[in-house]
Design a protein around this ligand. Structure first.
Ligand SMILES: *[C@@H]1O[C@H](CO)[C@@H](O)[C@H](O)[C@H]1NC(C)=O
Ligand SMILES: *[C@@H]1O[C@H](CO)[C@@H](O)[C@H](O)[C@H]1NC(C)=O
Ligand SMILES: *[C@@H]1O[C@H](CO)[C@@H](O)[C@H](O)[C@H]1NC(C)=O
Ligand SMILES: *[C@@H]1O[C@H](CO)[C@@H](O)[C@H](O)[C@H]1NC(C)=O
Ligand SMILES: *[C@@H]1O[C@H](CO)[C@@H](O)[C@H](O)[C@H]1NC(C)=O
Ligand SMILES: *[C@@H]1O[C@H](CO)[C@@H](O)[C@H](O)[C@H]1NC(C)=O
Ligand SMILES: *[C@@H]1O[C@H](CO)[C@@H](O)[C@H](O)[C@H]1NC(C)=O
Ligand SMILES: *[C@@H]1O[C@H](CO)[C@@H](O)[C@H](O)[C@H]1NC(C)=O
Ligand SMILES: CC(=O)N[C@H]1CO[C@H](CO)[C@@H](O)[C@@H]1O
Length: 327
């Protein structure tokens, strides 16, 4: 192997390694901890909170089901908390996400009694109030993609399509003990709508449905995608597969898994990017990375070619599917 070739190989290798590593990353979205109710570090509440956090992060915690609640101490110093992992993540990713969020709690919210931490893969909450089996609309977060560019007739059809698809998903999720459902529906021959809805499983069917419908009833349906988080439930839809399809395909609830479609011709853009890394910005980073790597590889290859003046046989250049978004 020539030094040039091994250089290229090393480059590719380190790139691929970093790519696989980043696929396991946990993405922070937002945390909310109002400073209206606070505690001091020497209080009983602080001791109870630490007990609660360690029980939520114990090896015993139910990462495989993705939901756990816990309480520590007695009123008025009692702390109640829970975590909820996205329904399609593995127990390993769930465990990692909960560990990271718990590690963030006392630095980000050092003396607030009540907090919610949103990550792409999980959510962590605690409060001095009893938050179990209770619908909570405070601490909301949302992000919308850009407008879909279609004419007015199509627009009305699209709105009905998104609304009815997500309502169907909400009904399915609310009726199931897991309180999680993903849905896939064809918009055009080329574009597929992917939806994901989830409630904390301590909610009743009625409360779960109310929570999800409160999003569906107010969200602007002319966007190419959107993401809505409440402490009690969350909802997301996109025109691309944003959840792990092979993880949810094993669920019998998807009775007729449609065969995979080619991806939408142009991935939708996020218009207003809120603070925090999203899955989408991760993809963007990877896409930019791929572009840079390919450019460097081409430069190295060109240099090698010129330096060696060896007539290379017609090797195919490494072809990355640079599915880069325009803009
Ligand atoms: C609470 O937060 C607000 C803004 O986030 C800040 O202006 C205020 O000083 C804070 N109060 C205390 C007691 O930390
Ligand atoms: C906590 O510490 C502060 C001073 O740091 C003190 O004023 C307060 O009385 C202490 N509270 C308790 C419950 O020990
Ligand atoms: C883990 O489970 C064991 C038995 O199931 C129990 O004895 C132990 O207290 C649990 N640990 C924590 C931190 O909950
Ligand atoms: C926990 O947070 C500290 C600093 O905030 C950081 O150095 C450490 O790596 C974190 N641990 C984990 C497991 O995220
Ligand atoms: C998106 O569509 C809405 C409603 O049709 C309109 O009010 C808004 O101006 C549009 N925004 C952009 C950036 O085109
Ligand atoms: C609830 O979902 C689980 C898997 O996600 C599935 O096995 C079960 O059949 C569903 N139950 C109902 C009543 O739909
Ligand atoms: C979606 O489209 C694919 C092919 O384009 C088709 O095979 C599949 O049955 C469709 N799914 C639904 C639910 O119509
Ligand atoms: C998707 O889920 C499958 C099955 O659970 C798992 O083997 C795979 O590693 C997951 N992919 C990602 C990117 O998490
Ligand atoms: C409301 C709710 O889900 N409560 C559960 C909290 O966790 C305990 C076990 O740790 C369950 O017994 C409760 O049902």
């Amino acid at each position: 192997m020539t030094s040039c070739a091994s250089f290229i190989f090393l480059f590719l290798f380190s790139f691929l390694t970093s790519f696989t590593a980043s696929a396991q990353n946990i993405f922070y979205i937002q945390h909310i901890c109002p400073n209206t109710t606070t505690y001091s570090r020497n209080s009983t509440y602080f001791t109870n909170l630490r007990t609660l956090l360690s029980s939520l992060s114990s090896p015993n915690a139910s990462y495989s089901t993705g939901f756990q609640n816990a309480t520590a101490g007695q009123a008025p110093d009692r702390v109640t908390g829970l975590f909820l992992c996205r329904g399609d993540v593995s127990s390993e990713v769930c465990r990692k996400c909960v560990a990271i969020s718990i590690n963030d709690t006392l630095t980000q919210c050092p003396n607030e009694m009540e907090a919610v931490f949103y990550y792409d893969e999980c959510m962590l909450r605690y409060s001095d109030r009893n938050i179990l089996s209770t619908l909570a609309y405070d601490g909301a977060w949302f992000r919308l993609n850009g407008n879909i560019s279609i004419d007015q007739n199509q627009m009305n059809r699209f709105k009905d399509f998104v609304s009815s698809t997500m309502n169907q998903a909400a009904l399915e999720a609310a009726s199931n003990a897991t309180k999680f459902y993903t849905i896939k529906a064809n918009w055009t021959a080329l574009q597929t709508l992917y939806g994901l809805v989830q409630c904390t499983p301590d909610l009743t069917r009625h409360d779960c449905l109310s929570c999800l419908e409160s999003f569906i009833n107010v969200m602007p349906l002319y966007k190419t995608g959107g993401r809505f988080l409440y402490p009690s439930c969350n909802l997301r839809y996109e025109l691309f597969a944003f959840y792990n399809e092979s993880a949810v395909r094993t669920q019998p609830q998807q009775q007729v898994p449609p065969p995979p479609l080619p991806p939408a011709s142009t991935p939708p853009m996020t218009s207003a990017s809120q603070p925090g890394k999203s899955w989408f910005s991760n993809v963007l980073v990877v896409a930019i990375g791929v572009t840079i790597i390919v450019a460097v590889l081409i430069l190295i290859a060109g240099y090698c070619f010129l330096a060696k003046r060896v007539k290379m046989s017609s090797d195919t250049a490494p072809a990355f599917d640079g599915n880069n978004s325009n803009g």
